[in-house]
Design a protein around this ligand. Structure first.
Ligand code: DAH
Length: 428
């Protein structure tokens, strides 16, 4: 339902953040903003200070846990998210995400004589300016809310898309580049949504000599080249499939498109793209140029290419998962490890005005971690007094083992307790 939507890992419908509707309630952010500077995070000086707690190195910058997770109203990053920073699944050559990334690299390298510069280690902690302003995301856009994005402080976020790096790379003079990275979004819970997923961004810049000889205007020239390149990429990944282009909206491109392919008997969105807004080029020292850009969700494609049924599996260290994939083996079909039974628990409560499903899911994930498979709203009504009740069904299931009743009951008790205290709702 969002006004715009997301290049998510989702393989069903909630895809591109900046265009699709997400289907869930989003609330506008209302937290007090402090003027504290998150810029300090990218300042090497601060990041290199010795710290007692765990320290990560991200894109050459050292980051301590207390730089990212703080008890402060401008910060909404939980421990569980900090633990994912630095995992960089996309850099493991025998992980489905790494195999897919390398498969895409191969396409660009062989068709463009290795012209594309590749980045897969840029720090995921970026400024609000990089993540939103630099790519023209409107000031009132829902994706800027604390309900949708992880804020480290009022000026710093965990990037919610790899488009956050476009402006800086253009400024540095890159004209052909691919950026792969982990991206972070607060979201609901189901088999295709996880608060951390991976995207790849591609950008190609043209100069007047490129389009002048073609007889086309610069925008048509870039759009044509974009379509040709991405159709080639889709064929490289999926074989000789039927394709179609859908007009859409992204704040950073105009015109904007989605590429869909007909795969396993249905139309599936592969990526979002378009001709870069001239303003972005102009602000970054490229007023004489036009460019195209695209963004794709790696999980979304990998789930289809490798037959991976649940997004949590990408994070599994279980050998029965990891041993099924090896470097360069694109599209090997995953053989499900035995299925363990799900256990369902329902809970009903009266919501308040600030209740959101993303906040609920964050509380549940904080307790159950990857043992929660799905949270779905199964009943919703408003009584005569105007009080609204929601009933959610929580599916607990491990990908790796059977859960005991005791374990599930304990989790459910903690969920009930924390939902009351943290979300201020009244259990029924
Ligand atoms: N950043 C978009 C998202 O996360 C994906 C995207 C769409 C990137 C179009 C692009 C683009 O570069 O041109 O939803």
């Amino acid at each position: 339902m969002a006004v715009v939507s997301s290049a998510h890992s989702n393989i069903i419908s909630k895809t591109f953040l900046f265009h699709h509707i997400n289907g869930f309630k989003r609330f506008s952010f209302c937290l007090p903003f402090s003027s504290s500077s998150a810029a300090s995070l990218s300042s090497k000086k601060k990041c290199r200070q010795p710290v007692a707690s765990s320290v990560l190195e991200l894109g050459g910058i050292k980051i301590a846990k207390d730089d990212v997770v703080r008890d402060d109203p401008t910060n909404n990053v939980p421990d569980s998210i900090f633990s994912k920073l630095g995992m960089q699944l996309h850099r493991r050559n025998n992980h489905p995400l790494g195999i897919l990334k390398n498969g895409i690299y191969e396409y660009f390298d062989s068709n463009y004589l290795s012209m594309f510069d590749k980045f897969d280690d840029l720090c995921p902690i970026v400024s609000v300016k990089q993540n939103f302003d630099d790519v023209l995301v409107p000031a009132d856009h829902v994706s800027r809310s604390y309900n949708d994005t992880y804020y480290v402080d009022s000026q710093t976020v965990l990037r919610c898309h790899t488009s956050a790096h476009q402006a800086k790379l253009l400024r540095k003079g890159h004209t052909h580049f691919l950026v792969t990275g982990d991206v972070y979004r607060r979201d609901s819970i189901d088999s295709t949504h996880y608060p951390v997923f991976h995207q790849m961004e591609g950008v190609r810049v043209f100069t007047p000599d490129n389009w002048e000889a073609s007889g086309l205007d610069p925008i048509s020239y870039a759009a044509e080249d974009l379509k040709k390149s991405l159709e080639g990429l889709a064929r490289h990944l999926f074989g000789a499939v039927e394709m179609r282009w859908i007009d859409t909206y992204f704040p950073f491109t105009n015109p904007s498109y989605e590429l869909e392919i007909y795969f396993k008997e249905k139309w599936m969105e592969v990526l979002g793209c378009g001709v870069m807004e001239q303003e972005i080029l102009k602000s970054n020292g490229r007023s004489d140029s036009v460019a195209w850009a695209f963004g794709l969700g790696l999980e979304r494609l990998a789930m289809v290419l490798f037959d991976i049924p649940d997004i949590r599996l990408f994070w599994s260290n279980d050998e029965r998962f990891t041993s099924q994939f090896s470097e360069g083996q694109m599209g090997v079909k995953f053989k499900p490890i035995s299925k363990y039974p799900p256990c369902y628990k329902d809970m009903s409560f009266w919501i308040n005005e600030s209740f959101t499903e993303n906040n609920l899911c964050e509380v549940i994930r904080g307790i159950a971690g990857d043992l929660v498979e799905e949270v779905s709203l199964i009943d919703n009504f408003t009584n005569k007094k105007g009080m609204t009740s929601h009933c959610y069904r929580i599916a607990y299931r491990s990908m790796e083992r059977s859960l005991t009743d005791e374990e599930i009951n304990n989790m459910q008790w903690s969920v009930r307790e924390q939902v009351q205290t943290k979300l201020n709702v009244v259990l029924r």
